[in-house]
Design a protein around this ligand. Sequence first.
Ligand SMILES: C[S@@+](CC[C@H](N)C(=O)[O-])C[C@H]1O[C@@H](n2cnc3c(N)ncnc32)[C@H](O)[C@@H]1O
Length: 619
Amino acid sequence: MLNTSLNMKLDKKKLLGQFFSGSKIAEMIEALVPSRNITSAIDPMCGIGDLLLPYADIEDLTGVEIDVQLRDTIIERLPNIQCISGNAFSAQTLSCLKSEGYDLVVANPPYVRKELIGKAQETKFSLTDITCNLHFFTDEFNTLNDSERNMMHCAIDKISGLSDLSIPAWLLCMMLVNHNGKFAIVLPNSWLSREYSQPILELIDNLFDVNYILNDVNGVWFKGNAQVRTSIIIASRKSSCNINTSIVDLYESAQNSTSLYGNVTEAHNFANFIRKGISIPNICEIKHLPKSTITSVQTEKLEDCIRSVSSKSNEYITMSSLEDVGLKISQGLRTGANGFFYLKRVCEGVYRSNIYVGYISHKDNLFLPVIQGQSDLTDRYAVNTKLSTVLLYIQDSLTQSDFDNTEEEHKIGYNILPLDIQQYISDSEKLKIKGNFIPSLSSVKTNVRKPKKGLYRFWYMIPKLQRRHSAKIFIPRVNSSAVIVYKCDIVNAVIDANFSTIDNLDNSIWTNNALVAILNSTWCQVQYEQLGTVMGGGALKLEAVQLRKVKIPNLSKKVLLELDRIGGELCKCRISNQSDLLDQVDFHIINSFFNNKEKSEILLGELKNKLQHYKEIRQ
Ligand SMILES: C[S@@+](CC[C@H](N)C(=O)[O-])C[C@H]1O[C@@H](n2cnc3c(N)ncnc32)[C@H](O)[C@@H]1O
C-alpha cells in the first residue's frame, strides 16, 4: 500500500513535472522584481504557489495548477489568490485569464519528456492538442501586436516533436506578459543549449529585453535534484531604451541560511549590488552585456578575453562561426536499438550481439565498423585501430519469409539474407528492450516503409546512412576532462550518436587535418568550455548546436595550408606530447586575428589561464 502511494507520487512528479522552487528562489526573484512595482502576477503552473508567495499581497494574483490535490495548500498559503484548478493549455482556463495579460509572469515550467506528455491522469492533452490551443490563445490574448502574433505563430509551428512540455509552457508564459510586463522563469541551464529550445530563444530576443540571467554555478539550488544547474531568466517586454543584460553567476559560497546570495548582500540591496557589477571571484561573478539578447549571452565570454587585450573585441562579434564557414556539424548515428544493430567482435570474423546468444559470421556487404564510444578511442588524435563493434547495415536483402510474403514489385532486386542473420532477426523479434519488442520500439518501427510504389523496407533495415554518420572529424558529446577532437582514418566507419560529427563537405581548403589542428586549439577549447553544459560530476556536455556557435577568425588560404600540415603531424603523434604543435596552431589562429605577435602572445596567455580555470571549476 505504502509502495503504491509512493509510486503514484513518483509518477505524478514525472508525469506532471512537479519540482517546486522553494522560498529562496522566489525571494531572489522578488528582490529583482519588487512586489511594490507589480499589480498583477500569474504563475500558469503554480504547484503549491512557491513563486507567488512573495507577491501574496498584491491586488491581482492568479495561479493555475492542474493537480487539484494542491488546491487547498495553494489557497491556504495565498488567501488572496484566484486559483484556477485546470490545464493551463485548455480553452476553459483561457476564459478565466486576463486577455490584456499580467505585469509579471513567474514560472518554473514542467519538464515532462515528450513520451510522457498527456499520460498523467489529470491531462490527456497531447503535444498536438497543446500546440493547436496555443495558436488559438495567440489570437485571443491582446498582449501581442500583429507582427508579434505572427512571430508567436511561427514559433508554435516550430515546436519540434522532440520537445518536452516546457517548450509550449514557455510560449504560454510569453503571451501572458502584458505590454509593459516582465517574466521571471526558472529553468535548468542545459535547456538553453537544447536544439529544440532555439526557436524559443529567438522569440525571447524578438519580444523581450533580457534583464538578468542568474546562474546556479554549483548546482545547489534544488536540493533533491542533485547537481542540476539552474538558471533564472528575468526579461521585460521590449522597449526603445538601451537595456543591459546582467549575468550573475552565484556560487554555493554566496548562500547563507536564508538566501541564495545572503553572504554577498541583503535583499533590498541585491539589484543595486548587481548594477554596480563588482564581482567577487568564486562567490558572485557579475557581467553586464551591452546587448540584451539571450543569443549574445552565449558568445560573450571570449569577447571579454579579447577586450582585455585589444579594442578589436567588436570584430569578434561579427566573426564567422564554424557553421558560417561551411562546416556541417551534426550528431552521429542513433540506431534506436543498439542491442540489435550493433554486433561485437568475438574473434576474427565472428560476432555476437548483447541480446543474443548465437554467433554471426562476418559479411562484408552487411557490416560497417562503428566508433561507438570512448573505449574505441586511443591516446592518438587519429583513430585507425581495428574496431570491435560493427553496425548491421541491411539495405538490399530480406529474410526469406519477408521475401516470400512481399509482392514482386515491392522486392525487385532484394537478395535473401544469410541464414545466421535470418535466425538472428527472427529470434530478436521475440525479444524486448525496455519492455518493448524490438520491432515496436519507437525509433525502430519507423524503419518500416510500405509505399504504394517501390521497395518495401523492414524493421531490421536502418535508414540509409547520411554523410554526417560517417564524417571524418568527431567530438565526444560528453567529456570528462579536456575536449579532444578526433579524426577517423578507418574506411567506411560509422560514428555513433555519442559523438558530434564535423563534415567539411569535401572543401579542399578546410581539410580534415586542418580541422584537427583548429578544433584542438586553445581558441576553440575555451569556447567549448563556455558554450558547453557542465554535468553533475564535472563532465562537459558539448552538443552539435553548441559547436556550431564556436567562432573562428578569418583564416587565409596560406594559414589553412599550414594548419593542414600541422594537423597532419598531430595525427601521427600521441595526444599528450603535442604542446609544441598546438602552440603553433594557437599562434596561427590568434595571429590571423591580431596580426601582432606581442598581442597574440598576451591573448594566448589569457586564454590558457581561462581554460585552466574552467577545467578546475568543473572537476
Ligand atoms: C516544476 S513545477 C513548478 C511549480 C511552481 N511554479 C514552483 O516553481 O514551485 C510545475 C507544475 O506545473 C504543473 N503542471 C504540469 N502540467 C500542467 C498543465 N498542463 N497545466 C497546469 N499545470 C501543470 C505541475 O503539476 C507542477 O505543479
